[in-house]
Design a protein around this ligand. Sequence first.
Ligand code: HEC
Ligand code: HEC
Length: 306
Amino acid sequence: MSHETESKFQNTTGHVWDEDLQEFNNPLPGWWLWTFYATMIFAVVYWVFYPSWPIGKTFLKGINTIEYVNDKGEKKSSSWNTRALLLQDMNEASKAQEKWVSKLAATPFDKINTDPELKAFVVSAGKVLFQDNCAACHQSGGQGKFNFAPNLTDDDWIFGGSYDAIQQTLVNGRHGIMPAKGGNAALTDADVTALANYVLSLSGEQANAASAEKGKELFAGAGVCFSCHGADGKGNQAIGSANLTDKIWLWANVPGAKSADEKVAAVKEVITTGLNRGVMPVWKGRLSDEQIKLLTAYVHELGGGK
Ligand code: HEC
Ligand code: HEC
């Protein structure tokens, strides 16, 4: 039996178990062996260049060095280590950022969109700055929040959507104020109802026609509404008096009203109490001129620009 099996397999170690179980003695495949040798050579080279073996309380640092600028802005050189590598990476990233920031500072607003790379920088860096400083009020997409802060993504601007107007808004802040009853305390409740009906009719909402007719007179007369909102009710961006002819409401809860009566009540509430609610903070001094320019371009882009 044993004799028979031996003749069948030449390359065995000669060991036989259970009479026919044998061990082959074939050479390792060449590709495997060479890969194995290569990993050994790689390991030795690696030990020479990079930190490797512990020696007492320290370690073999390797001959590879790395240059970086530390937290204090000093240029340093040290043996290779991941902390220095991170500092070096951050340095390069902020240098790249600086390059774009100074490019933006030197580019007039109306030329930004002609440079696709600069525009991409405005969108990405502007988004980060917006999240950090503006999203708390204007929400992360800039869509705003009723009775709190205006939507910046639509084409409707309270204070103006030109680059200049947006920049002014950021630099000096904004605070639109409307006196109670437009400043005429003598207006009766019926007068205010009439004015509310007229204001609703301006934006195409359902309104009591007779009342709105009376409101129209008051708007242009005793109500002094026209002095801020304009004779046509379209508002004045210089003082941020809302355009009353569009369907966009920031303070009067017309969108949330369930009936025509509730709409009248919502507008009446604003006219009766006046407005002194929303304050857009001043950013000069809190943000750099470059950051304000960046955000101006970003917001202009959000709103489709003017
Ligand atoms: C504390 C809340 C708050 C923060 C923070 C804030 N805003 Fe405002 N923002 C407002 C309010 C409220 C108004 C409307 C003021 C008004 O109507 O009187 C406004 C108005 C604006 C307008 C004018 C919109 C128009 O239609 O004319 C722009 C542009 C604007 N904000 C941009 C920004 C940017 C950019 C930032 C971040 C740097 C920012 N805001 C941070 C509350 C805020
Ligand atoms: C002194 C200027 C001034 C006068 C006078 C004035 N308004 Fe206003 N009105 C404003 C300003 C400014 C706002 C926007 C405030 C803001 O955005 O913070 C406003 C907002 C409104 C709104 C809210 C619009 C919205 O988006 O929700 C209504 C409604 C309104 N006014 C109606 C009237 C009527 C009616 C009169 C006349 C009785 C009147 N206003 C008189 C300055 C004025």
